[in-house]
Design a protein around this ligand. Structure first.
Ligand code: SF4
Length: 307
């Protein structure tokens, strides 16, 4: 089942008569919580939250049909700025909590928002499993290659030899490549956007939400405070929209080539495939188990009590 609610068909659709332009029920402002973001001026995360407002508006999702779950970090403040349900959880644990929300309420559109440190250091163990299970959720990873909230320490995506508050002589670690990892983990929808291109990013988030399965939108979202405006300009130059005819996005080998290209960071849909979602598989499993009646909980408990 798609994450998006079905829009009702216009009343005169069957008659073939010209259809009147239906007015949108929600406008972009309906998705704003009224809480003023406290990010530093120029932070890429402003672009991302605006892209989320636009994506939700394009899909005309009711705010109460959506839940945004985050971990901890600058970008993880996002649930507070959106009028949907939201939960700013604990460091690195947004994915398991979001998974619980989706299982308990499959009709809810679940979006996970967080940074590179939150999702790929302390929370890194959750990513492969939610991706291979194909839980029907959208994960927006704001990658600024630094820990911003805690004042500029090395993150798992910081480049080799980067000088930070914890690496004054330069990093000696090879950075993680989130896009390559996501492909290896079998995400069924993968896109990359740039926080400074809100129109494209909104469209990618919209496509991610519409996708049936686990979608990851990797966003280059510069931290201007600990990486500076020069870094923002460099990343802007490196981010190039994928030409439409570049390759077929269902071709994983070609997608890996794009992922491994770190000189040009192509933006757009990098990979997509269709396969059963976790929710579909669990529904089938429950049906099979109930039909089979081989494993009744009371019987299993009785076996232990009899020992
Ligand atoms: Fe954004 Fe960096 Fe400021 Fe955090 S510290 S709000 S990531 S600019």
């Amino acid at each position: 089942m798609s994450q998006t609610a079905q829009m009702p068909a216009p009343a005169n659709a069957a008659s073939g008569a010209p259809q009147a332009q239906t007015e949108n029920k929600y406008c972009v402002n309906d998705y704003k919580s009224g809480l003023k973001p406290i990010w530093c001026a120029g932070c890429g995360d402003y672009g991302v939250v605006n892209a989320i407002y636009r994506a939700l508006n394009m899909l005309q999702l009711a705010p109460e049909e959506v839940a945004i779950i985050s971990g901890i970090g600058c970008s993880s403040r996002i649930p507070g700025y959106v009028s949907t349900y939201g939960f700013n959880t604990v460091h690195g644990r947004a994915i398991p909590i979001a998974s619980g929300v989706k299982m308990a309420s499959p009709e809810t559109t679940v979006i996970i928002a967080g940074g590179d440190g939150d999702g790929f250091a302390i929370g890194g163990g959750h990513m492969p499993h939610v991706a291979r299970r194909n839980t029907n959720m959208t994960y927006i990873v704001m990658d600024n290659q630094i820990y911003g909230l805690t004042k500029g320490q090395l993150s798992p995506t910081s480049e080799y030899q980067l000088k930070t508050t914890t690496t004054p002589y330069g990093s000696i670690d090879t950075p993680l490549n989130i896009v390559s990892l996501a492909l290896s983990y079998h995400v069924s929808f993968l896109a990359r956007g740039f926080a400074g291109d809100i129109n494209q990013l909104a469209d990618l988030i919209k496509q991610g939400i519409e996708h049936e399965g686990f979608s990851l939108v990797h966003v280059i979202s510069p931290c201007v405070t600990y990486r500076g405006m020069e870094y923002f300009k460099t990343m802007k130059e490196k981010c190039v929209p994928l030409p439409d005819t570049f390759y077929d996005p269902t071709d994983k080998v070609e997608a890996f080539k794009v992922a491994e290209n770190t000189k040009t960071l192509y933006t757009g849909v990098i990979f997509k495939e269709k396969r059963p979602t976790f929710n579909d598989n669990v529904t089938s499993l429950i049906y099979e188990a109930q039909k089979d009646k081989k494993y009744e909980v009371d019987d299993i408990l009785d076996q232990y009590l009899a020992r």
